[in-house]
Structure formats: C-alpha cells, structure tokens
Design a protein around this ligand. Structure first.
Ligand SMILES: CCCCC/C=C\CC/C=C/C=C/C(=O)SCCNC(=O)CCNC(=O)[C@H](O)C(C)(C)COP(=O)(O)OP(=O)(O)OC[C@H]1O[C@@H](n2cnc3c(N)ncnc32)[C@H](O)[C@@H]1OP(=O)(O)O
Ligand SMILES: NC(=O)C1=CN([C@@H]2O[C@H](COP(=O)(O)OP(=O)(O)OC[C@H]3O[C@@H](n4cnc5c(N)ncnc54)[C@H](OP(=O)(O)O)[C@@H]3O)[C@@H](O)[C@H]2O)C=CC1
Length: 349
C-alpha cells in the first residue's frame, strides 16, 4: 500500500475533481482527520482501490464460508453470472458442489466464465444465452435449463443495467432500457421459474441483488433506483404469497463493490470513489467474495427459515449517509474542546 495525494488524476477526472469535488475533498484534506496522508491506495491488476487506515480493522475474509459439499446435488441459476458479482457467486456455489447455469446476453463471455469456473471446481457450469427483457427468450432459456439440469433449487436475479445520468438528459428509451432489465427481467425470470416449480411441486430459494439506494431513492440513477425498489416490492410480496409452494425470497442490497460493469458506468473517471470511501465507516469497498458468501448462505438450506429478508451489505455506508450529525466525525479533538466550551457556556434559551 502506498499513500497518495488527492488530485493526481488525468485530464478529465482532474477537471471533474476540481469542478465537482474540490470543496468536499479540500475540506476533508485541510481540516479533518481524513487527509491525503491518510488516504491509501492499493494498486493491483492496473486498478486503484482506496481505503482508510482503519479499514485494517475490517480486513475481508475471502475464503468460502460454508462447509464443502453444502450445495451437492443442487442446481443454481444465476442471471448475469458471466461477470462481476454474478461470476463471484457462481464460483462459490460451484465450489460448494452446485451445478450452475449462468445466463445473460453475451454467450462468449458466459462460456469463458463457465469454462474457467468448472475447470477450477470440477463441477459443471452451463452457459445459456438469454436477454431477460424478452419473456419468450426467458421461457426458451428455462426450457434449455430443464434439458441440461432440470429445474433449479436456487435462483439468483443478479442481471442489471445502470448508468449515471441527470434525469433531464434521460430519454424514454434510456429509462426503458434500465427498467426492462432490472424490474421486468427479474419479474419474467421469477414468474417463469416460479410457475414451473409450482407445477412440479418443487421448492426453491430466490435471491435478488438490489442496492442500498433502492430504499432511499437516488438522484442521477433514477431508473435503476425505481426498478430496484420495484424488485424489492416483488420479492417481499412473493415471500408472503409463495411460501406455501416451498419458495423463499430474499434480497441483498450491496453497497459499492468494485466491478468493471458498475464502476465504468457509475464512476467512469474514478473521481467519486475517494469521496465515497470517506463515508463508509469500515473504510473500504466490499469484495465480490464477501457478497458471494452471503448469497451462498441465504440461498442454502442453513437459511431455510429466512424469507422476506432484506439484507443491507455496505460496510455501514447507508446509515453513515443518513444520520444528520455523522459529518461530525471530521471534528478534531481541539475543535471538540472549543465546541464543548461554547455549549457549556450557553445559559438559558
Ligand atoms: C464510486 C463508484 C460507485 C460505484 C458503486 C456505487 C454505489 C453502490 C450502488 C451501486 C449500484 C449499482 C447498480 C448496478 O446496477 S451496476 C450494473 C452495471 N452494469 C451494467 O449496466 C451492465 C449492462 N449495461 C448495458 O448493457 C448498457 O450500459 C445499457 C444499460 C445502456 C443497456 O445497453 P443496450 O441495451 O445496448 O442499450 P443502448 O442501446 O446502448 O441504450 C439504450 C438507451 O439508453 C441510452 N443511454 C445509454 N447510455 C446512456 C448514458 N450513459 N447516458 C444517457 N443515456 C444513455 C441510449 O442513448 C438509448 O436511448 P436512446 O433514446 O438514445 O435510444
Ligand atoms: N458492483 C456494485 O458496486 C454493485 C452492484 N449491484 C448489483 O449487483 C449486480 C451485479 O452487478 P455487477 O456485477 O457490479 O455488474 P456487471 O455489469 O458485471 O453485471 C451485470 C450483468 O447483467 C447482465 N445483463 C445486463 N443486461 C442483461 C439482459 N438484458 N439480459 C441478461 N443479462 C443482462 C450482464 O451480462 P451481459 O452483458 O452478457 O448481458 C452482466 O453480466 C447488479 O444487480 C447490480 O445492480 C448493486 C450494488 C452495488
């Protein structure tokens, strides 16, 4: 790890940094306990990753958590399983014994992931092309899965689309593109599989990957926030309705975890990561392996009494952003002495 100073970015991000974040970052570096000397930068595989020194209290454990064989004789279906978090979840489930089916638009990407994971774990990973926006394509994909593996025990709705964009610049098709993937795609996959599982009297665990701002809403990602909120309503509703068929429905709301898909569309210049780390109480991004362990637990028989749960998984970022006074983290000891003196000396109202 090497300490870096803020503002060493290239042209575009340097400009953005000075225009958008200068006040925020300068305040932080000038007067608070989160200056450049305390901002750390890991460099690996050509990627930067910032963390605070206190993140060392929260070092990630990236090994597989569940006992070996926990998923023997199970079939798992993961949308968007070729990349990012979907790939990490597929890797863990496969390592634990599951036969996995991964589905998304880009068959070559899926096939490469399937080959890599199955050669590491010794368990089959099947790649099936499917655009979840198209209900007929989803139905064909499920037909294909039935041929390959039979109906799944575990369904993970992870596929998504997103980009930052001021809402006044958003076209109708931009809105449709995101909400079709996230909300309609999740609904088509869940309804198609749910109906077939019900017909076959087979129980299953459904998991949806949403995000922390599904609850709060967020400017600049309005279609994603709206669609993810819809997914949460869908899953909580079905948890109540389809328990009688042996189906569980749970939700993970991840905070920031570095993936190419997310960061290239939400922080294309890398400018926002530094300021974001400052509001995460654990001082670092999450790791795909940490999310994958949680997903593996929630989808496993160890969690058979969990349904309708919404698990926030964000290093504390959500509550840190929500609390009115949380910015007072930045006040130094000397400043506290002064503040306390002022408050104590106030008499009457
Ligand atoms: C500091 C770092 C922060 C990182 C994380 C932080 C916080 C944690 C919370 C994070 C939540 C993350 C949620 C996610 O979902 S991340 C997942 C990201 N992954 C993907 O998006 C992968 C799939 N995405 C895509 O394939 C494309 O990006 C897509 C969504 C645009 C869909 O592609 P496609 O179907 O090919 O669509 P297009 O024809 O290209 O476009 C359709 C429509 O949208 C308009 N559009 C596209 N991009 C933009 C843009 N950047 N701005 C404005 N509009 C855009 C495009 O013009 C089309 O509209 P028309 O009207 O022109 O037809
Ligand atoms: N990384 C992060 O910080 C966070 C991520 N999340 C969520 O985690 C999940 C995974 O995101 P992440 O791994 O970061 O990003 P990725 O971009 O790597 O994953 C998105 C996946 O969705 C697939 N996909 C997109 N459109 C479709 C479609 N129409 N049909 C089928 N599959 C599609 C993509 O594959 P293909 O292009 O082949 O179709 C891709 O594999 C998403 O639900 C995201 O919202 C939530 C909070 C934070």
């Amino acid at each position: 790890m090497v300490p870096v100073s803020v503002g060493q970015a290239g042209n575009v991000s340097g400009l953005l940094l000075s225009l958008i974040l200068s006040e925020q970052v300068q305040n932080r570096t000038d007067s608070v306990d989160f200056g450049p000397s305390q901002l750390w930068c890991h460099r690996f595989a050509g990627l930067r990753s910032y963390a605070t020194p206190h993140s060392q209290f929260f070092a990630p454990s990236e090994g597989i958590m569940l006992p070996a064989g926990s998923y023997n004789n199970k079939v798992a279906f993961i949308t968007g399983g070729g990349t990012g978090l979907g790939r990490a979840m597929t890797g863990v489930l496969s390592q634990l014994g599951a036969q996995c089916v991964i589905a998304s638009r880009k068959l070559e990407v899926l096939q490469q992931t399937a080959t890599e994971i199955s050669s590491q774990t010794g368990n089959k990973v099947h790649a099936v092309q499917c655009d979840v926006r198209d209900p007929q394509a989803v139905s064909r994909c499920v037909d294909q899965m039935v041929e390959l593996t039979g109906l799944p025990d575990v369904i993970i709705n992870n596929a998504a689309g997103n980009f930052i964009c001021p809402s006044e610049r958003l076209s109708a098709n931009g809105w449709k593109s995101i909400t079709d993937i996230v909300l309609n795609g999740t609904a088509f996959v869940t309804l198609e599989l749910g109906k077939r599982l019900i017909q076959n009297q087979k129980g299953a665990s459904f998991l949806a990957i949403t995000t922390i701002y599904a609850e709060s809403g967020s400017g600049f990602v309005v279609p994603s926030a709206s669609a993810k909120a819809g997914v949460e309503a869908l899953y909580k509703s079905l948890a109540a309705e389809w328990g009688r068929y042996g189906h569980r429905f749970n939700i993970i709301q991840p905070g920031p975890i570095r993936t190419k898909g997310a960061f290239s569309r939400l922080d294309p210049t890398g400018t926002f990561e530094k300021s974001m780390i400052g509001r995460i109480p654990t001082g670092r991004l999450g790791k795909p392996a940490e999310l994958a362990n949680l997903a593996a637990y929630l989808s496993s028989d160890y969690a058979s009494w969990m349904s309708g749960a919404v698990i926030r998984f964000d290093g504390g970022e959500y509550v840190s952003m929500a609390g009115e006074f949380n910015e007072l983290r930045k006040v130094t000891d000397d400043q506290w002495k002064m503040l306390e003196t002022m408050i104590r000396s106030t008499k009457g109202s």
